[in-house]
Design a protein around this ligand. Structure first.
Ligand SMILES: Nc1nc2c(ncn2[C@@H]2O[C@H](COP(=O)(O)OP(=O)(O)OP(=O)(O)O)[C@@H](O)[C@H]2O)c(=O)[nH]1
Length: 349
């Protein structure tokens, strides 16, 4: 049976040893009815006293959570989990947390969640949470592109091990994280102690308020603004990662739908490696209500039509996090395509 509302899925990422499992153990204790998906039981040291029964790839945890290893790719695992829930073989979990291994690229997981129709009818991505080690995170960001990507695609950052790191190191890391991903709030989590609300309702849809919360999700005011041809204003913080840019593009006039689609297709198809993330609320020519767009590299999330503008601002507002891509180029591409391209005349083939 298809549920009235898809089950929220949280993707928990973070570099090797950054504290994912420690956070997971807290989640399991505080949020009963959670299904945890992981690569292997052995790989993630979930507290053994929590493991009650194990059967095949499934384990029941005391307190009502269930644990499942990912066999092969994500979609069949989610399907099996769903079937077991439907048959009543396991407790009716209300959320899923997927723990990726330390260096896993989160993008294929997002791809899987968004492009399998069966999965999409039953599960929705709530958000991406990334743990960052306060003591060694700076070096990991310097050395590993995956660590930077994990931070860039996250909706929330959990700064771990601040008890071990000098205050100045933590402050510098916070500044760097804010520059890499301005919209993601950074929470300090020591030994995994966190309010479960910290990892829930992070996406556009807030299940707690039952509303689409565009302003909370987009936060364009935290980005410096790029305009076609030049980059306006000073960066809010010093940008150590010179190849990474986080910026917003604001466009006053309503945009041509087909032109915008072309511009975004060019970015997602030909510049996927450079496009770490974008989000937007868009005013389309001839349409009274805005649409919300969201993409990660080549993965475009389904368009969401809002039933009202969230505020008085009628401009299209885009926020981007890119690597090795000029903000001015992106701004110009959007402006040129969505202003210049004409809606095709249906009379001409
Ligand atoms: N002092 C301190 N230690 C922590 C904190 N968070 C986690 N740890 C320790 O850091 C080590 C690694 O934590 P894990 O939770 O296993 O990290 P992980 O990201 O799951 O590791 P991998 O699965 O190997 O990538 C463990 O020994 C934890 O006890 C913290 O806030 N402070």
């Amino acid at each position: 049976m298809i549920p009235p509302e898809p089950i929220p899925v949280t993707l928990l990422t973070g570099f090797l040893g950054s504290g994912k499992t420690t956070v997971l153990n807290q989640i399991v204790r505080q949020l009963p009815r959670t299904a945890i998906l992981m690569n292997e039981f052995g790989e993630v040291a979930l507290d053994h006293q929590l493991l009650q029964e194990m059967e095949g790839p499934l384990a029941l945890l005391s307190g009502g959570c269930v644990c499942c290893t990912i066999s092969g790719s994500l979609s069949p695992t989610l399907k099996n989990l769903w079937m077991a829930r439907d048959r009543g073989d396991i407790p009716a979990f209300e959320r899923v947390v997927i723990e990726t291994t330390g260096i896993a690229d989160p993008v294929p997981v997002l791809d899987n969640l968004l492009h399998d129709n069966w999965v999409r009818a039953r599960f929705r991505l709530d958000g991406v949470v990334a743990t960052v080690d306060a003591l060694v995170g700076m070096g990991q960001l310097d050395e590993h592109a995956e660590a930077v990507k994990q931070v860039a695609v996250a909706d929330r950052l959990l700064l771990t091990k601040t008890d071990l790191a000098p205050a100045a190191t933590t402050a510098a890391l916070r500044e760097r994280l804010a520059a890499l991903n301005p919209a993601a709030d950074i929470l300090t989590v020591t030994h995994g102690a966190l309010d479960p609300a910290a990892i829930q309702n992070l996406g556009l849809w807030n299940a707690a308020t039952r509303t689409l919360e565009v302003a909370r999700w987009l936060k364009p005011e935290r980005y410096r603004q790029a305009v076609a041809g030049r980059l306006g204003g000073k960066p809010r913080t010093a940008l150590h990662d010179s190849r990474i840019e986080a910026f917003s593009v604001l466009i006053d006039t309503p945009l041509d739908r087909y032109g915008l689609q072309s511009a975004l297709s060019m970015l997602t198809a030909f510049r996927a490696e450079n496009l770490l993330r974008f989000k937007a609320i868009v005013n389309l020519k001839g349409e009274a209500l805005p649409v919300v767009l969201h993409g990660v590299q080549h993965v475009l999330y389904p368009e969401v039509q809002l039933d009202a503008w969230p505020d008085d601002d009628r401009r299209s507002r885009f926020v981007f996090i890119v690597r090795d891509l000029e903000p001015q180029f992106v701004a110009k591409l959007l402006a040129d395509f969505s202003g210049a391209a004409r809606i095709p005349d249906p009379a001409t083939p």
